[in-house]
Design a protein around this ligand. Structure first.
Ligand code: NDP
Ligand code: OXD
Length: 309
């Protein structure tokens, strides 16, 4: 049994020992030294080169090194009929919720304003609400959206979520579909994006959406850079329509030198670190899927390719 490992950002040193310790019979072949492509059964990938997966004639299963799969589905030569599983790891979910709670609290407690005041040596108290008076809207009612919503709710925030289909989860207020989006946006002071990037969600953070938020709302995008129309954000910030944005993901990563986001006083940039994949907890989940495939059992978190997530 052979597995191809290809990540544009992660290393053999972090993954190979974890995988081989737990499944010694698995040969882990690190791209580009993969030997005979016809011997590869499984591919564990992050942003594989277009055409790489199609070059493996006996490929049985594609495993994503992340929760998102847009980095796989964008391959124009993606082999059809090979199942794809995404990664859902409670360790990553906790990490994402930590990030969302941190950034929502930062925006809620006016951290950008106090930092600017500190730079200017200004000692001034700003009006402050309590969390119960602050509405948070989360785009994405999935694994990550729900966990973040529960944790923000525990802090007292007034949270609502938006998904594609109606969902009923105790303690969480939900909206769905294109008809539900304006209602969610109208009640949202801090908007958090945790959607997968698909044909339907690309560019969803745009001037039209910003115009439906209350004046001075703030944005946290921890999903994908392709969700955001960057020019619309800059315009909304310049006009005061939005007051601030926290961005973990970008249209081009790494964020290019000289990009206006780097030094914007109302934008916080982090380098796609909201929930990094963690080999010690992720490897057992990935290997469980290989076991399930070998035994003909249902996979964990199989992607619906037509739906895009
Ligand atoms: P899930 O698949 O569990 O949840 C996706 C949610 O998005 C679902 O609620 C789904 O609706 C909703 N959705 C999808 N399409 C639409 C649409 N067209 N309209 C409305 N709602 C829609 O994904 P996760 O929560 O696990 O992950 C979300 C994303 O977070 C990943 O795809 C990835 O891009 C990003 N991510 C970023 C990381 C980072 O470090 N920055 C780390 C990990 C993930 P429904 O419930 O109806 O199906
Ligand atoms: C993911 C990511 O999708 O880290 O897991 O972006």
């Amino acid at each position: 049994m052979a597995l191809l490992f290809r990540s544009s950002i992660d290393s053999e040193a972090r993954w190979k020992p974890q995988l081989t310790r737990l499944m010694p019979e698995l040969q882990v072949r690190i791209w580009p030294e993969i030997g005979d492509p016809a011997e590869i059964d499984y591919a564990l990938v992050w942003r594989p080169e277009p055409g790489l997966l199609a070059s493996l004639p006996k490929l049985k299963l594609i495993l994503s090194l992340g929760a998102g799969v847009d980095h796989i589905l964008c391959d124009p030569e993606l082999p059809s009929g090979v199942p794809i599983a995404r990664l859902v790891d409670p360790y990553m979910t906790d990490a994402m919720s930590e990030y969302i709670v941190l950034q929502v609290l930062r925006l809620h407690r006016q951290d950008l304003d106090y930092r600017a005041q500190q730079q200017a040596e200004i000692w001034r108290e700003l009006d402050q609400k309590n969390a119960v008076e602050r509405t948070v809207g989360i785009l994405g009612f999935g694994e990550l959206g729900q966990d973040a919503a529960h944790k923000l709710t525990q802090l007292g925030f007034d949270v609502a979520l938006w998904g594609r289909h109606p969902r009923s989860v105790e303690g969480l207020l939900g909206f769905h579909g294109s008809a539900g989006l304006p209602a969610l946006l109208a009640r949202t002071q801090i908007l958090v994006c945790l959607l997968p990037l698909t044909g339907e969600t690309a560019g969803i953070l745009n001037a039209r959406a910003f115009s439906m938020l209350p004046n001075g709302a703030a944005l946290v995008n921890a999903a994908r850079g392709g969700h955001l129309v960057e020019e619309d954000l800059l315009d909304a910030l310049a006009r005061g329509r939005l007051s601030a944005a926290v961005l973990d993901v970008f249209r081009d990563e790494p964020l290019p030198a000289g990009h206006p986001f780097w030094h914007h006083p109302r934008i916080i940039v982090t380098p796609h670190v909201a929930a990094a994949t963690h080999p010690p907890t992720a490897a057992p989940i990935i290997l469980e899927n290989i076991r399930r495939f070998e035994q003909g059992r249902a996979l964990l978190h199989q992607v619906d390719v037509a739906r895009g997530y």
